[in-house]
Design a protein around this ligand. Structure first.
Ligand code: 6PG
Length: 246
């Protein structure tokens, strides 16, 4: 494993700008090398500003959207037009604004039976990536409690080592008690790059425990993310890094 890159920037807007540029660079490299780029988007609110940048010039034209395949890191078990849907957020802020073919968007079906949805997405990933392949880029967020994707503290998905995607019932999620569909850490760790975007003072305590504390992934699931042969990048603002803005 390589040492993670930790990039501290002044503001959430700077996280978005940095992440959009890195998205474009990773996309161009993957397309030059293999003709396509696979990326998993994350949910929550932090990615919205990066999506807005990618959906406007110069990025909108710079990115060859026909060669981009979009996946999701996790989904809330709600229909795609529900206010809590990660797909809905991605659609409204990015996917509806760029010329990406519909067939290139691999949505987690939050509206069907969760166990079935997890199995279907797992199968889809296996068909597309095989037993050892992975994403070019997996974008991730961090919760105040140390969760990432829908890998919540002490939840059953943390111990999953064979599947790429599972559904599980989470007692304490960001949307209360809820069913979630999530990529597993073992699949995320097959990515060429995993990139966390972390903004705000509310994340500082968990971030410090994850980066500098003892290994305790049951309490801080983001510690499970260590790409086997890939790069791990943290883009964080000064508030999350608990540093002064000056
Ligand atoms: C979700 C997520 C989740 C999110 C973090 C950070 O669906 O809830 O994908 O892992 O990324 O909770 O969310 P914020 O960006 O809103 O802080």
């Amino acid at each position: 494993m390589n040492t993670p890159e930790i990039k501290v920037v002044p503001t959430p807007a700077a996280i978005a700008a940095e992440a959009a540029e890195r998205f474009a660079v990773a996309c161009e490299a993957a397309i030059a090398e293999q003709g396509s780029f696979s990326v998993a988007l994350s949910g929550g609110s932090t990615p919205k500003a990066m999506h807005a940048i990618l959906a406007t010039e110069p990025y909108k034209s710079r990115i060859d959207w026909a060669k981009v395949r979009v996946f999701f890191g996790d989904e809330r078990c709600v229909p795609p037009d529900h206010a809590d849907s990660n797909y809905r957020m991605a659609h409204e802020t990015l996917l509806s604004k760029v010329p990406i073919p519909l067939d290139n968007v691999y949505r987690m079906p939050g509206e069907i039976d969760p166990a079935e949805a997890g199995m279907r997405y797992d199968q889809e990933l296996n068909d597309l990536f095989g037993p050892a392949g992975g994403l070019d880029l997996c974008l991730l967020g961090l919760g105040d409690d140390g969760h990432t994707a829908s890998l919540f503290p002490h939840s059953s998905a943390l111990s999953e080592t064979t599947r790429s995607c599972v559904a599980h019932y989470v007692e304490k999620s960001t949307t209360g008690k809820s069913w979630r569909i999530t990529l597993t850490a073992s699949f995320i760790n097959r990515s060429r790059q995993a990139m966390f975007l972390v903004a705000g003072a509310g994340k500082a305590k968990a971030l410090q425990a994850i980066l500098e504390g003892e290994r305790d992934p049951d309490q801080f699931p983001a510690q499970l993310i260590v790409p086997t042969d890939g790069k791990l990048t943290w883009i964080i603002d000064v508030a999350a890094a608990a540093m002064d803005a000056d």
